[in-house]
Design a binder for this molecule. Structure first.
Ligand SMILES: NC(=O)c1ccc[n+]([C@@H]2O[C@H](COP(=O)([O-])OP(=O)(O)OC[C@H]3O[C@@H](n4cnc5c(N)ncnc54)[C@H](OP(=O)(O)O)[C@@H]3O)[C@@H](O)[C@H]2O)c1
Length: 275
């Protein structure tokens, strides 16, 4: 199911497009025949992604190295879209990262940067590009996480940042109901990408439930892309992830928070780092 009738004349903007879920989403946009703007910081990985996205059939591949944790980075994306002067079939708010470990030990600059990227950039890009999305009859896809469904001791700021992204997306969808703009949140569980290394997660591969819940990036991206085309509110890939998201709604928050603490495995009984 295509996003727009004339894909070649409407742009897909993907943040965090140089690896993982973002790269897979950019490939799907290319296969549908859209020109694509790929945004991330690392230039070499962006250039490599551009080659793959071009080979997948995109009629126009544009790359932009920008740090979306900064105003300058966000302004650069908006300026490039203005320059290309196309309606936007999809804004894919995918760039994001996590930080694992006790809050008291986390670098203040790094966790503030995470909130800037996971939330502030999502809000500002959505606001700046909304009129162009509306002009295309397109959509906004925001990558949240199953982390959005419950507090996460041991990854407290990340979970809260994803709850923000999820609530923002669902509320925006309701505000835009009837306008022709689709708004979808993607809530994946574990996906084997660079995410865990960046977050500093230790021992996740040994956690049976994490291995069971894991979904490949291409499958997650395909479900999200189809969900956006159908204007699904929240896409949660994988049966186990769906069940755990329902559990978070049914059980008291105190209980699911304790379970999340155990599952994340970052803290010992005193709340210090488990090492
Ligand atoms: N993998 C999982 O288990 C999982 C589960 C649930 C949700 N998610 C979410 O999925 C999204 C994609 O993550 P992924 O798993 O695909 O991880 P990934 O492979 O690490 O990809 C992250 C992408 O974001 C870019 N990026 C990071 N910081 C940036 C910044 N400041 N400005 C611009 N771009 C930036 C990275 O490129 P540069 O570093 O070169 O900038 C890269 O292209 C994230 O929002 C993540 O929270 C992941």
């Amino acid at each position: 199911m295509a996003l727009t009738r004339d894909p070649a004349s409407s742009l897909v903007v993907v943040t965090g497009a140089s690896s993982g879920i973002g790269l897979e989403l950019a490939l799907l946009a290319a296969r549908d025949g859209h020109p694509v703007l790929l945004v991330a910081r690392g230039v070499a990985a962006l250039e490599e992604a551009a080659v793959a996205v071009r080979a997948a059939g995109s009629p126009g591949v544009h790359v932009l190295s920008a740090d979306l944790g900064s105003d300058a980075g966000i302004d650069a994306v908006v300026a490039r879209v203005e320059e290309l002067d196309l309606p936007v079939a999809a804004l894919v708010n995918n760039a994001g990262f996590g930080v694992w470990g006790p809050f008291a030990e986390q670098d203040p600059t790094r966790i503030a940067g995470m909130v800037d990227l996971n939330d502030r950039a999502v809000v500002l890009l959505s606001r700046h590009l909304l009129e162009r999305v509306r002009a295309a009859g397109g959509g906004i896809l925001t990558v949240a996480s199953t982390a959005a469904f419950q507090p996460g001791p041991g990854m407290a700021v990340y979970h809260a940042s994803k709850a923000f992204a999820l609530f923002f997306s669902v509320a925006l969808r309701e505000e835009l109901r009837g306008t022709g703009v689709r708004v979808t949140a993607l809530c994946p569980g574990p996906v084997p990408t660079k995410f865990a290394d960046t977050a500093g997660v230790e021992g996740l591969d040994d956690v049976f439930i994490a291995r069971l819940a894991s979904q490949p990036a291409d499958k997650v991206a395909r479900m999200a892309w189809e969900g956006l085309a159908k204007n699904t509110s929240v896409v949660t890939p994988g049966a186990l992830n769906k069940v755990s998201s329902m559990g978070a709604k049914v059980f008291p928050m105190k209980v699911v928070t304790r379970i999340a603490r155990g599952a994340l495995g970052a803290l010992d009984a005193t709340g210090a780092a488990k090492r």
